[in-house]
Write a protein that binds this ligand. Structure first.
Ligand SMILES: *Cc1c(COP(=O)(O)O)cnc(C)c1O
Length: 367
């Protein structure tokens, strides 16, 4: 039996092969490799897709977070409220700008930051909230935006896993002051290397971000602040321009696969399938179940022995990682989730036969 990966990128690469080759060759022939016409065009195309004023390409999703935080004025000594159940980069970016992450526990249904716990965590040093739209599902943005208004906080959305996802009909990454995207190859919209982008309607944040990504210079060689070398590559932009027109179809594909999982797994004892909040158009970057009343690692091992790959997003809560343990957090839901979550294989073109095979194995493992 062939091994089933957690993600198969070959269908989308094969389907777009000729266009991708032409795009790459176009860049090679142009000789413009940094901040060329493809970066500019891609930024305009993403801005139009999201319906925002500014889209600023950067080197990675992590840099998008760092630069957006800096551009929004977050600085040493500030506090930024975020979730402990995310990829490390979310909190790392806060620390990179010299601020301190303040972790607030998650809503166990959605795995996203629990908005009810944010207000008690606000202090005079709080300057921003950084929600993550985990697995492609929207964090509950209305109460977050209300608190931001009340306490005069910036909101930076970590949209790395949710390109094309929506909250109450609005595109994720366009609700707060800035939205940060990653084009890491495995993301819903992935490049063939690193890449990221900041979306914003705020002219000041956009100006600052554009300056920060090129060493803090508005005019070349007239550097004003300490910045970064963080540009989206021209080749990656050219590749992303080929892929962008397909993102809605791919997200629909992921939703279709998730629907099949729901039908096949919905009544199985020993697991909980993902909860889809009514406010969200979930784009299923991950299809993450909870294993209940059984040893999750044992289930994972048995699946792996049957050729089925799964992933743990995430095996540790961020506040339990060595660099943050000194902060002394105890966050029950996040700490429980890390022992129960199991992300199953999902990609837009995944076929029913593979899904059936996974479900048969999972059923037998759970017996
Ligand atoms: C992938 C990811 C990032 C970082 O993006 P990179 O492009 O890998 O730097 C940040 N936050 C979350 C939630 C992610 O999934």
């Amino acid at each position: 039996m062939p091994k089933i990966p957690v993600l198969d990128l070959t269908p989308e690469i094969e389907a777009l092969w000729d266009e991708l080759m032409a795009a790459i060759q176009g860049v090679l022939k142009s000789g413009q490799f940094i901040m060329g016409p493809n970066v500019k065009a891609f930024e305009q195309e993403v801005a139009a897709y999201l319906g925002v004023k500014h889209a600023i390409g950067v080197n990675s999703g992590t840099d998008a977070l760092v630069i957006a935080l800096r551009a929004a004025g977050i600085d040493a000594g500030d506090e930024v409220i975020t979730t402990p159940f995310t990829f490390f980069a979310t909190a790392e970016a806060i620390s990179q700008v010299g601020a301190t992450p303040v972790f607030v526990d998650i809503d166990p249904r959605t795995f996203n930051i629990n908005p009810e716990l944010i207000e008690p965590a606000v202090t005079p040093r709080t300057r921003a909230i950084l929600p993550v739209h985990l697995y492609g599902q929207a964090a509950d943005m209305d109460p977050i935006m209300e608190l931001a208004e009340k306490y005069n906080l910036k909101v930076i959305e970590d949209t790395a896993q949710a390109f094309g996802g929506e909250y109450k009909g609005r595109k994720l990454g366009t609700i707060g002051d800035a939205g940060c995207f990653s084009f890491f190859p495995s993301k819903n919209l992935g490049a063939c290397g690193d890449g990221g982008l900041i979306a914003t309607n705020d002219d000041e944040i956009a100006d600052q971000a554009r300056m920060l990504r090129v060493h803090g210079a508005k005019k070349k060689y007239y550097n004003e602040v300490i910045g970064y070398n963080s540009r989206l590559d021209e080749i990656q932009a050219a590749i992303l321009r080929v892929k962008l027109p397909h993102i809605d179809e791919w997200n629909e594909g992921r939703r279709r696969v998730s629907q099949v999982y729901k039908e096949l797994l919905g009544h199985l004892d020993g697991i909980e399938i993902p909860y889809e909040a009514s406010h969200s158009k979930h784009v299923y970057h991950q299809y993450t179940i909870r294993v209940k009343g059984r040893n999750r690692d044992q289930v994972r091992l048995r699946l792996s022995e049957s050729g089925i790959s799964t992933m743990l997003y995430y095996p540790s809560a961020v506040h339990k990682l060595p660099v943050y343990t000194h902060l002394g957090y105890k966050l029950r839901e996040a700490e429980k989730a890390v022992n129960e979550v199991l992300s199953l294989p999902i990609w837009p073109q995944m076929d029913l036969t593979l899904q059936r095979q996974i479900v048969i194995e999972l059923r037998s493992v759970l017996k």
